[in-house]
Design a protein around this ligand. Sequence first.
Ligand code: SF4
Length: 233
Amino acid sequence: MLTYHTWDGEKPSFPSDNDTKGALDVLRWAYDHYEDDIVYACSFGIEGIVLIDLIAKVRPNAEIVFLDTDLHFPETYETIEKVKQQYPSLRIVMKKPHLTLDEQAEQFGAELWKQNPNKCCELRKIIPLREVLTGVTAWISGLRREQSPTRQHVQYLNKDDKFQSIKVCPLIHWTWKDVWNYVYKHELPYNVLHDRGYPSIGCEPCTSPALDINDLRSGRWAGHGKTECGLHL
Ligand code: SF4
């Protein structure tokens, strides 16, 4: 079984608690600047776990929103419960789409994610996030430049025309190795699917183990010519 977060011959070592490649400074600035007018939209993948730990140091009662499509893996919901136990003061909100899965099937056809994944993502992720972001000025995302060519130019602060918002990305300089070093060092809970070959975890029907170890998102929407749900386009 491939585990994507291990590497040969090196022990995890993150430089120091103070060296977070700018992430803590960015978060401190963001929460000082936006106060409660900022929300973290978290997928509870491994970058999300790091960000939650950093956010809890800066704003222990921060609002964390999970776009609950009703289609996530059981292991993802279990991870959320573990995070709730570890950070009881964080406000974790499960944001649901307007349509249940049955209603969506009635209106748009069964298993829409197979026929039209863009429409499915719009209904179950993009519209709900837009509703969340209409109430705030800025949102936080765990994008890293290393993740994909489409993310190479992400800045700490980004004008987000899609959601008419400011997108704050504290982890842009973190590597995959940095992320796991931090998780190991601080013994953070994480989704066990990461140990089963899933470096990037989304909805269950659209996520498979990564096909290419050099492309951490290669297990997302495999075979559909789609690499992003649309939140970051
Ligand atoms: Fe639908 Fe797949 Fe998008 Fe989830 S990731 S909202 S199942 S198309």
